[in-house]
Design a binder for this molecule. Structure first.
Ligand code: PLP
Length: 475
């Protein structure tokens, strides 16, 4: 099934095909300054290059920089500071947090009562757990007999803490995931050595679609015990919904494979343009029995409520899973902060949540259309426009050399004070097995249209300058 390095041979050949296609004009990592800068960061050394031995502290293993950290470090070296109006930050995957017409204005002051000076339980305070259960039942499960209760909810200090708690309780099994995928999955899938992560590459030609029948084949062929995936998907902006999502649950139930669905962008949906009612997407709609169906959901206040700074998120799933997560929280992170858990309760009242999603979608749909239109005018060919999230997975392979790969384009954009994320960071690669030039994500960057309109305009102007400069040089 694997070639001994946990790399399924089928996938390896696939990478080589892609490499052959994109390497044509390019030589190798060693000839690209942008790639050498990346390789010079501790933890990012090329595993095949013995000369790259960074100074190490005995007993401490060096983690590679997660994509966003590397990106922000490089931007800071080029003069970026948070709040600097000269820069456009299309790198950090954060939604704008200010006023949006129709959305609620978030509290800027909260009362802290005496009881919230105490520790909160590591699974969260009961009233918030109840509020989350109510939200899912109301949005997705009104007709169902089996309903979520507070015991199906664990409050966690942020989405990544939720993912890490889940990863920490996964047993000795094979775990499937998809490429490209959210950058933090790299560390999350690599740090706990009990399970073996196996990637499935999603194809551009198939619009990065997760096909339930392929999932079934992967489960049977590779013996997957669990699958973890973002849906809607970061960075490609696609979404599985409706009948296909239902089919996924049926397959999981039948095959005893647990689905861990990261639904952080569940409110950023544009796939049905005629709908203006703020429809959100969650796999919970297709769960029959909340305590027996093997479905675990992660979401929170970070994106859908546009409160990334609060660090109040949740995991929803069978009671037995929640009990395990409660235990792992007691040594991993100690739980979400107490006062903001209380403050979150009124914000996720179902009717308020629906209204928020409705206006959020209108606002972000307009921004998406604006950015896509501008990128086309600059000369990009966007084959797979986003139907969800606030990301554009931008293919730079048709740009002139040397900016026809994600890392080099990223470095040039920094010079124009625009921050993007090079695509290779979404090639979740827990064991660092591959050459960067062989990655299927190598000729992409991720562009976030999370920032405000004014910042979008500034950043697009910067991208245009970069592209024009290299087009003119070529003439
Ligand atoms: C798919 C996905 N899951 C989880 C998260 C993490 O959210 P948090 O910032 O709450 O840790 C993000 C953030 O970018 C994300 O894109």
């Amino acid at each position: 099934m694997t070639d001994g390095t946990n790399t399924p041979s089928k996938i390896k050949y696939h990478f080589h095909d892609i490499a052959a296609r994109i390497i044509q004009n390019i030589r190798s990592e060693t000839e690209s300054e942008a790639h050498q800068i990346l390789r010079s960061y501790p933890g990012n050394e090329n595993p095949t290059d013995a000369s790259q031995n960074a100074a190490k502290i005995y007993g401490i293993s060096t983690q590679s920089s997660t994509g966003v950290i590397y990106v922000m470090d490089r931007a800071t070296e080029r003069g970026f500071t948070y709040g600097n109006p000269e820069w456009a930050n299309f790198g950090q995957g954060a939604p704008e947090v200010g006023h949006i017409d129709g959305c609620m204005d978030k509290p800027t002051e909260i009362a802290i009562d005496h009881s919230s000076l105490e520790y909160a339980p590591t699974s969260g305070i009961k009233p918030l757990r109840e509020a989350v259960a109510r939200l899912y039942n109301d949005l997705y499960r009104q007709e169902k007999e089996s309903q979520y209760t507070w015991e199906n909810v664990c409050i966690v200090p942020g989405g990544r803490a939720g993912l890490t708690r889940v990863a920490s309780v996964i047993g000795d099994i094979v775990v499937g995931h998809f490429l490209p995928e959210y950058t933090a999955y790299e560390q999350m899938l690599g740090i706990f050595k009990r399970f073996v992560p196996i990637p499935t590459v999603l194809e551009e030609e198939a619009k990065y679609h997760i096909d339930p029948q392929t999932v079934k084949k992967e489960i049977i062929g590779r013996g997957l015990g669990l699958i973890v995936a973002s849906n809607p998907r970061n960075p490609v902006g696609q979404v599985i919904e409706g009948e296909e999502l239902k089919e996924m649950v049926e397959i999981a139930r039948k095959r005893h494979t647990t689905l861990v669905m990261d639904e952080f962008y569940s409110a950023y949906i544009y796939s049905h343009p005629s709908e203006q009612n703020g429809r959100t997407v969650s796999i919970s709609e297709f769960v029959d029995d909340v305590d027996h169906d093997p479905v675990v959901i992660i979401d929170g206040m970070t994106k859908n409520m546009r409160l990334p700074g609060w660090r109040v998120c949740w995991v929803v799933g069978p009671k037995s899973v929640i009990t395990s997560l409660e235990s792992s929280g007691s040594f991993l992170d100690g739980g979400a902060n107490h006062p903001l858990q209380k403050a979150a309760i009124p914000l996720i009242e179902p009717s308020k949540y629906r209204n928020e999603a409705k206006y959020l979608q209108q606002h972000f749909r307009a921004k998406r259309d604006f950015v896509l239109k501008n990128l086309k005018e600059i000369g990009f060919n966007i084959k797979v426009p986003p139907e969800a999230t606030f990301y554009i997975w931008l293919d730079v392979s048709e740009l002139p050399e040397p900016i026809n790969n994600g890392l080099a384009f990223f470095e040039e954009c920094l010079k124009e004070k625009v921050i993007l994320v090079p695509g290779i960071f979404f090639d979740v690669n827990p064991a660092h097995r591959r050459e960067l030039f062989e990655s299927p994500c190598h000729h992409f960057v991720r562009l976030s249209f999370g920032p405000e309109q004014k910042e979008l305009e500034k950043g697009l102007a910067g991208i245009k300058r970069v592209v024009d400069k290299f087009k003119n040089e070529k003439k």
